[in-house]
Design a protein around this ligand. Sequence first.
Ligand SMILES: [Zn+2]
Length: 417
Amino acid sequence: MANRAAHLIFAVASMLLTAAGTGTAQRSATRASAPDPYPVATDTRLGGDDTQTRFVVDLSRKIDLRVFTLADPYRVVLDLPQVTFKLPAKTGETGRGLVKAYRFGLVMQGGSRIVLDVGKPVRIEKAFVLDATEGQPARLVLDLAAVDRETFMRTLALENARPMRAPDRSQYDRDANKGDPRPIVVIDPGHGGIDHGTRAAGGDITEKALVLEFALILRDQLEKTGKYRVVMTRTDDTFVPLGERMRMARTRQAALFISVHADALRKSEGEAQGATVYTVSDTASDSEAARLAENENRADVISGIDLSHEPGDVADILIDLAQRETKTFSLHFAKTLVTELRNVARLHKHPLKSAGFKVLRAPDVPSVLLELGYVSNKEDLKQLTSGAWRARTATSIAQAVDTFFNTRLAGAAAGAR
Ligand SMILES: [Zn+2]
């Protein structure tokens, strides 16, 4: 049996490694004009079946590699030094054998990652990187074999897979000006790095880029007022886990958390347009909100975060009490935001919704998630990419933030009287 497996792997290996040669000369010719500071991934291949699968990545030079598996859902994660991915469009969207699909991208400065979704439990048989040889690029080779869940879980425990550590963000806390009484507003541009979010224009326009550009404009608008300290969960194309975004708001004792996104519908799901403001709730306000929360909550799965140690929903009574007040404030800001946005942006026909968004679960920070519009809608996309639309929408959000804090302070003063 072991022999047969080895033979199969060998057959697949020869096939894949031979196929690797073609087209290499052409690719290096086009690359020669602009040398990349990082190793470049130029092609990928999958071979085998649902008992044995080989994954190969062509690289411009040899790199280090760390591989581990994750459960629920089953994934194989390859951690690499920072790599530039110059791969054909739609790479990874479909799989073969044990691999259903895969994604790749930056997870932190200096670190890239490839995450393979596997349909069932697997064992990593081999994982290595070959030096370039004459006419052949350097190649990363990963061999996977199907195993039963029990074996998979046992290996997982033994592997002691170190889940990716979130980038060190303690400087945010050190930078905090403790004597500054101004409220902290956290702006959270969704997705980033390996997690692209929704896409448009055949993949050229990504949600992660759109919402970052918008969030930076919003930050500038809020800072210009001089009334707030603004903290960004990211300012570049880096992946930040959902829990980390929420923690950043909590450790800074933020007064408001605004997560910025852009939705998309598949053709089969119909047409929708306009901005929507979401708050957190245990049960979704409608099926569209449920679908969206499920998509947005997938960010960690997509990026190969180990979710098995995450605490479940905390049923602590104190948290529940804090949450009630937080929920009231969240809803108050959401309503204010919808009122302001109505003047400058197209709104969804039901612009105020709720669902179980992980990123909004801070029990002590009023939080909303703003879907600016649908990248799948032509008119929305035009606005989302328009400088004028971005500027006036950011202004109206800043106005909503003002109103929120003014009425909140007025409410507190009235209560004290
Ligand atoms: Zn999103």
